[in-house]
Design a protein around this ligand. Structure first.
Ligand code: UN1
Length: 495
């Protein structure tokens, strides 16, 4: 079958890059399968996309917010309609199992329905004035032109966290998806076109971070950069934005932990840890990569976890017999492998896995064995650094206080969880764990869109996506003072 070439979307038209070049989008479960060719865009394409977003700004911000919301509701309906085929394409292009790619699309549906309703809210506040015959209120204004730079692990859900709130708030957008997942991004953008979004309001450009990502961040017409990805790249975004006086919102790494106390339901905890550590092949920023187990139950828990991990079946995510799909690409697989070697060198005990997986039908993909390390101490690099793969470290704790100390001994602060039947311990954990998300008796993954999403410390820059807090990112506050006294009234000045 002929391989399809996909284009950029600029000013409401599908156009090829002026580079004349494309790159291949491959299936990580079988890298011989090419899913499509995408534009290898350059700075000139990028400039056109930004220009088109600038041009569309005035019209879009003047469209009443409820009308903007209506268009986005239609996007939500189209996501519902195409959920299954979007999920299948997503599994083919990034590997996670079909149930999870369905979940990815569902998360975008939830986010879209929740946030499009902001078109009829976008609440500000009214407050009293210190003077008579004077009215005070706050209103939300769009920030302007937003650059949305998104990762490959949630190819539709994460773009939805950025595009939907940005648009309902009246911003226009230039969207640059990860080069590993341009097909899902393309299909998402097609839905906005079909829903009737005016030309130029959303522009889509594919290509590498250096060719177009950096010029996009630095472009003088970009007012806000919304980025999800690695902490190293996030730091570069922050530097460049600070230097150019732009706003930026960063969602970055995690080193998320589950605490298993001695009173926990151990079978439930094993299931939560398996789901958190090996779901999405460990490639979630919320993935559980440390399990901190009370010494009284350490042996029992470890043996049950080991037994359960051995049952996981690797394979193509499209097959319903598969539990764990491939990693995204070979570079990522080599990174995970090097961390496994490092764990052994650091003195951790490799209980299971630790190597690439090439058996049977998995030969042609970027598969990696589900890996367990025991005897990990908190300062080891495998307990400190984000691996982004199916590698779990087991650590021992003596008490809740000790467990909290280990969880918080991290440069990241995204997600944490505790398994306990003791309500006092649960609330103590909620109070003490320094993370943006905390789960009681459930895994570190599975955040819902009506709540703020984000983390403390090196995970972000204090912003929270989703929920109503997304509006804080995508709007500017204006404070308004209306004096209807007909006289010069002076605040703060005594007569
Ligand atoms: C991510 O890993 O980048 O809470 C996002 C979760 C998902 C979102 C994860 N709802 O795991």
């Amino acid at each position: 079958m002929a391989i399809k070439t996909y284009k950029n979307f600029i000013d409401g038209k599908w156009v090829a890059s002026s580079s004349g070049e494309t790159f291949d989008n491959i299936n990580p479960a079988n890298h011989k399968e090419i899913l499509g060719r995408f534009q290898k865009s350059n700075a000139s394409d990028l400039n056109k996309a930004v220009k088109s977003a600038v041009k569309a700004q005035e019209g879009w911000r003047n469209l009443p917010a409820p009308k903007r919301g209506e268009i986005l509701f239609r996007v939500g309906e189209l996501l519902v309609k195409h959920k299954e085929s979007l999920a299948k394409d997503m599994t083919r292009e990034m590997g996670k199992v079909l149930n999870e790619t369905r979940g990815d699309v569902q998360e975008a549906i939830d986010l879209t329905y929740y946030t499009a309703g902001e078109g009829r809210r976008l609440l500000g506040e009214t407050v009293p004035s210190e003077l008579n015959n004077k009215f005070c209120m706050t209103v939300r204004m769009p920030v302007g032109v937003v650059a949305a730079i998104t990762p490959w692990n949630f190819p539709i859900a994460i773009p939805s966290w950025k595009l939907i709130p940005a648009l309902v708030c009246g911003n226009t957008v230039v969207f640059k998806p990860a080069s590993d997942t341009p097909l899902s991004a393309y299909r998402f953008v097609k839905l906005f076109e079909e829903a009737g979004l005016p030309p130029g309001v959303l522009n889509f450009v594919t290509g590498s971070g250096t060719e177009i990502g950096e010029p996009l961040i630095e472009h003088h017409n970009i007012n806000l950069v919304s980025f999800t990805g690695s902490t190293d790249t996030g730091a570069v975004v922050a530097h460049k934005c600070a230097w150019n006086m732009k706003q930026y919102s960063l969602e970055m790494g995690g080193k998320n932990a589950i605490i298993v106390m001695d009173d926990a339901d151990l079978d439930l905890a094993v299931e939560g840890v398996i789901w958190g550590a090996f779901g999405t092949t460990g490639q979630r920023c919320t993935a559980c990569s440390r399990v901190i187990v009370h010494k009284k139950v350490l042996r029992k828990f470890t043996s049950r976890l080991l037994k359960r991990t051995k049952t996981l079946r690797l394979g193509d995510g499209l097959k319903n017999t598969t539990d764990v799909g491939p990693l995204i690409n070979e570079a990522q697989r080599q990174k995970v492998l090097s961390y496994c070697k490092l764990g052994v060198e650091e003195g951790a005990k490799l209980l299971l896995g630790g190597n690439v997986y090439k058996k049977g039908n998995c030969r042609g993909g970027f598969f990696f064995e589900p890996t367990l390390f025991a005897g990990v101490s908190p300062k080891m690099r495998i307990a400190q650094e984000e691996i982004f793969g199916p590698v779990l470290s087991i650590l021992e704790c003596k008490s809740l206080e000790n467990a909290v100390e280990i969880v918080n001994d991290s440069r990241f602060g995204l997600s944490s969880a505790i398994y306990t039947r003791d309500v006092n311990r649960a609330f103590k954990a909620i109070e003490k764990l320094d993370t943006g998300l905390t789960y009681i008796n459930s895994s570190t993954i599975g955040a819902e869109v009506q709540l703020p999403f984000g983390g403390t410390k090196g995970t972000g820059n204090g912003h929270r996506e989703a929920g109503t807090t997304a509006l804080e990112i995508f709007t500017e506050w204006k404070s308004v003072f209306v004096d209807y006294s007909g006289a010069l009234q002076k605040a703060q000045i005594e007569d």
